[in-house]
Design a protein around this ligand. Structure first.
Ligand code: ZN
Length: 105
């Protein structure tokens, strides 16, 4: 399934970790990329679409990266390894989104 193929109603697990992609016209299963802008999860295809979009990339580099110093999208593993060094508020928000996973501290 690629972006634009899905026209049904929103799935109950849309935008959740490991659930369906947060993009309304995609909602493919296997959302493993966390977006720090929308605080939702996306499938690998949409992640590269969004991250490689010229406008999004410029916005992120100009307004967000100087403060946050991490990529627009991260997997759970990337968030965890970064949080191991310096836990920050972004990490807390990401943890909150996944009630199934144990608290790291
Ligand atoms: Zn998607």
């Amino acid at each position: 399934m690629t972006y634009g193929d899905y026209t049904g109603p929103d799935k109950p697990d849309k935008g959740t970790e490991g659930g369906s992609c947060n993009r309304r016209l995609c909602q493919a299963p296997g959302a493993i990329w966390f977006n720090h802008g929308s605080h939702s999860w996306y499938c690998p295809d949409c992640r590269s679409d969004i991250e490689n979009d010229e406008f999004n990339r410029r916005e992120w580099e100009r307004h967000f990266y100087p403060k946050k110093e991490h990529p627009m999208f991260e997997t759970r593993e990337m968030i965890d390894s970064r949080a191991g060094k310096n836990a920050d508020i972004e990490h807390m928000e990401a943890v909150k989104c996944s009630p199934g996973s144990p608290s790291p501290s």
